[in-house]
Design a protein around this ligand. Structure first.
Ligand code: PYL
Length: 274
């Protein structure tokens, strides 16, 4: 998992990334409606009755400047009544409990969770990001069911995205530069795998790039739909020209989908996978 840096998220609180414009153009949804759709909730669900605390966590490599504020801003953009706790770590968590808030968001160096206090269930950012970007690929591709979908990266997000796309009915191929990693995830999921990341990428028009890797435009298939949560994120001019769309943001789609999946626990009692 690539650790975010303040420069990557500095635009998030003001919503300057124009993510909604990109998503509306390629998926017909806003970030909010796509996240609600991903979680199986009505796209006009009113989230203003939901409260959330965001707890800054100082452990390990410590606070990322702007991280809690970005998460808070994304939740507010969904209509959730959110705030960043005054205290950090356990003090912050205790204040979140005392506030009676419905959801608690907190991240250390290894895990970022949204905890639904009343249902006592959590959603990870790995799952929220995988579901959010798989949903974006499904929508932007005009429906991924019955189509080939390449997942690059068999890590925490890629392996979950491959499972989700498989369950959406896609013909999934998973490719990782560490061949055995892709092979074992493919075996677990019952999908195909490839050890030739670049060769497979150049042949696929529906791609979810969950790898911390940059691919030259010569490898991008003409008209490719690229759903790209991976950080660092960069496509050269040739890649941007050849792709029919490239969907990326540093934090928003993952956090928004974590939030809607956490809210969905109030509606569906079954556990979402994490
Ligand atoms: C959740 C992000 C998405 C990509 N990489 C993950 C990351 O950077 N995780 C570390 C988050 C640390 C947050 C810090 C704070 O400010 O509370 N503990």
């Amino acid at each position: 998992m690539t650790r975010l840096t303040p420069d990557l998220i500095e635009c998030v609180p003001e919503g300057k990334l124009a993510l909604d414009d990109t998503l509306m153009k390629y998926t017909g949804h806003t970030m909010k409606s796509m996240a609600l759709h991903a979680a199986g909730l009505p796209e006009d669900t009113d989230l203003s009755g939901i409260t959330a605390s965001v707890v800054p966590i100082t452990s390990g490599m410590g606070i990322i400047g702007g991280f809690s504020q970005s998460v808070d801003a994304i939740l507010r953009r969904l209509g959730i009544r959110s705030h960043v706790t005054e205290g950090t770590d356990v003090l912050g968590f205790s204040k979140a409990m005392d506030s009676g808030d419905d959801l608690v968001f907190m991240a250390d160096d290894s895990m970022f969770v949204a905890y639904n206090v009343r249902e006592r269930k959590y959603i990870t950012n790995f799952y929220g990001t995988a579901l959010g970007y798989a949903t974006a690929l499904d929508l932007a591709s005009g429906g991924i069911k019955g189509k080939e979908a390449l997942v690059i990266g068999a890590g925490f997000v890629g392996s979950r995205a491959a499972r989700i796309l498989r369950d959406m009915g896609a013909d999934v191929i998973i490719a990782d530069k560490i061949c055995d990693k892709g092979k074992s995830v493919a075996a677990e999921l019952g999908v195909r795998y490839s050890c030739d990341v670049e060769g497979t990428l150049s042949k696929n028009k529906n791609v979810l790039n969950a790898a911390p890797a940059i691919f030259p435009g010569r490898l991008i298939a003409e008209g490719a739909v690229i759903s790209s949560p991976g950080v660092p994120h960069y496509y050269d001019e040739e890649g941007r020209r050849k792709a029919s769309c490239i969907i990326h943001d540093p934090l928003e789609i993952g956090v928004a989908t974590m939030a809607t999946c956490s809210v969905a626990f109030f509606h569906h009692k079954e556990d979402a996978s994490r």
